[in-house]
Design a protein around this ligand. Structure first.
Ligand code: APR
Ligand code: PHB
Length: 400
């Protein structure tokens, strides 16, 4: 097999990149190790920055998002039983965010790719990227073979490319093709994670609520007017099944407590899982003709809702750079890919770290640190400058 761009991974990064390249008349092949159902139902993020919304619309993938997505003009910060709303348009010159789950973004992009895009090969696992330093890198991969005398045999194959983009997430293989001696990794883990639930109950607030509480962080989000998405800070290594449904609701109610009569509506929990918390950046994001995009290159704690939006910024940057090279013969933007992406990545890392340390209570938190968090929250609630920094970062950094 041969293609211009070999894409490893069919998450938001890989799927959107395939769409952007298709629209630019550049052929690609997407290799995805899991099956379609897994990719379309993996519960992850839910917030699209304005820039991401604009890119999806321009790529022809925004029709259902425009119909079903929920535009949000603010979030509520909750602490010490107080409530403070951050008004995005007023602080950012009109920017907002859209609540539209990453599962739905992937479904829309998969449908488009299967309908009019290049090959999207599910249950096809990339094993290794070879020849990244040459003009024709290769991806060695394995896929399910045909029914034989001994059942279905796996078959190994090779995809010859002009470029390879590793969109294979944190646990992928593409990063391994960059020599360790050329690599710098920046990482921080946190002593807590998020227990996330989906519940068949209308959200108890019309915007997202981020709560800082002495018992720990809680987040009220949503997937639709009838489906709530909620998260609880839990100790790292927590087993989701260790929490009974009624215990989850009771703990959420305690952490969302306010001085007024606001109340959290309960409902049947339909999905429960624990997400670990990590900050991670792999530099560089390019080696020869191998480019990294999305979680393959960087991870942010989900507190700032940046993961998917960073992946979008990376693939927009790559598609622009490759298009520029084919139109002008200049590799200037491809050569600047890593530096361009990392400027945006590090701003998102800074914001995600700030939001995480602002709202989560570490197991070994001291009374001084507790007061410091409350002082930081009071500063945001009382200073347009501090509030603007949060609103600008939350609604998104410019691409490229
Ligand atoms: N071969 C083929 N596919 C692979 C391989 C491999 N060796 N390893 C991983 N994959 C696939 C995974 O199955 C997954 O579908 O790569 C995809 C990576 O997708 P994501 O982990 O979602 O990463 P990305 O596309 O960068 O999305 C980034 O979007 O999902 C949200 O918030 C989430 O931060 C995340 C963001
Ligand atoms: C979500 O809806 O899944 C979500 C929203 C905001 C976040 C993280 C996750 O900061």
């Amino acid at each position: 097999m041969r293609t211009t761009v070999g894409i490893i991974g069919a998450g938001p990064a890989g799927l959107l990149l395939a769409r952007l390249l298709h629209n630019a008349g550049i052929d690609s092949v997407v290799l995805e190790s899991r099956d379609r159902a897994y990719v379309e139902h993996r519960q992850r993020a839910g917030i699209l920055e304005q820039g991401t919304v604009d890119v999806l619309r321009a790529a022809g993938a925004g029709e259902r998002m425009d119909r079903e997505g929920l535009r949000h003009d603010g979030i509520e910060l909750r602490y010490d039983r107080k409530r403070h709303r951050v008004d995005f348009p007023a602080l950012t010159g009109g920017r907002s965010v859209t609540v539209y789950a990453q599962t739905e973004v992937c479904k829309d992009l998969i449908a488009l790719q299967l309908k009019e895009g290049g090959p999207l090969l599910f249950e096809t696992e990339a094993l290794v990227v070879e020849g990244a330093e040459t003009d024709s890198p290769r991806v060695r991969f394995r896929h399910k073979g045909v029914e034989g005398v001994d059942g279905v045999e796996d078959v190994e194959d090779v995809l010859e490319c002009d470029y390879v983009v590793g969109c294979d997430g944190f646990w992928g293989v593409s990063r391994m093709a960059i020599p360790a001696e050329l690599t710098r990794v920046f990482e921080r883990t946190y002593p807590f994670g998020w227990l996330g639930i989906l519940a068949d109950v209308a959200p108890s607030h019309d915007e997202l609520v981020y709560a800082r509480h002495d018992r720990g962080f809680a987040l009220l989000s949503m997937r639709s007017p009838s489906v709530s998405r909620l998260y609880l800070q839990v100790p790292e290594g927590t087993d989701a099944e260790a929490w009974r449904d009624d215990e989850i609701w009771t703990e959420l109610e305690r952490r969302f407590e306010t001085a007024d009569d606001w109340r959290l509506e309960r409902g049947p929990i339909t999905q429960k899982s624990v997400t670990p918390m990590r900050s991670y950046v792999h530099e560089p994001m390019r080696h020869g003709r191998l480019f990294l995009a999305g979680d393959a290159a960087h991870i942010v704690p989900p507190t700032g809702a940046k993961g998917l939006n960073l992946a979008v910024g990376d693939v927009v940057t790559f598609a622009r750079a490759l298009t520029y090279e084919r139109e002008t013969g200049s590799s200037e933007l491809l050569d600047g890919y890593s530096a361009t992406c990392l400027r945006r990545v590090w701003q998102a890392e800074r914001f995600s770290y700030d939001m995480t340390t602002l709202l989560h209570r570490a197991p070994d938190a001291t009374p001084f640190e507790d007061r410091l968090q409350l002082a930081r929250l009071e500063r945001i609630a009382g200073s347009r400058a501090a509030e603007t920094d949060l609103a600008e970062a939350y609604t998104g950094f410019p691409f490229g």
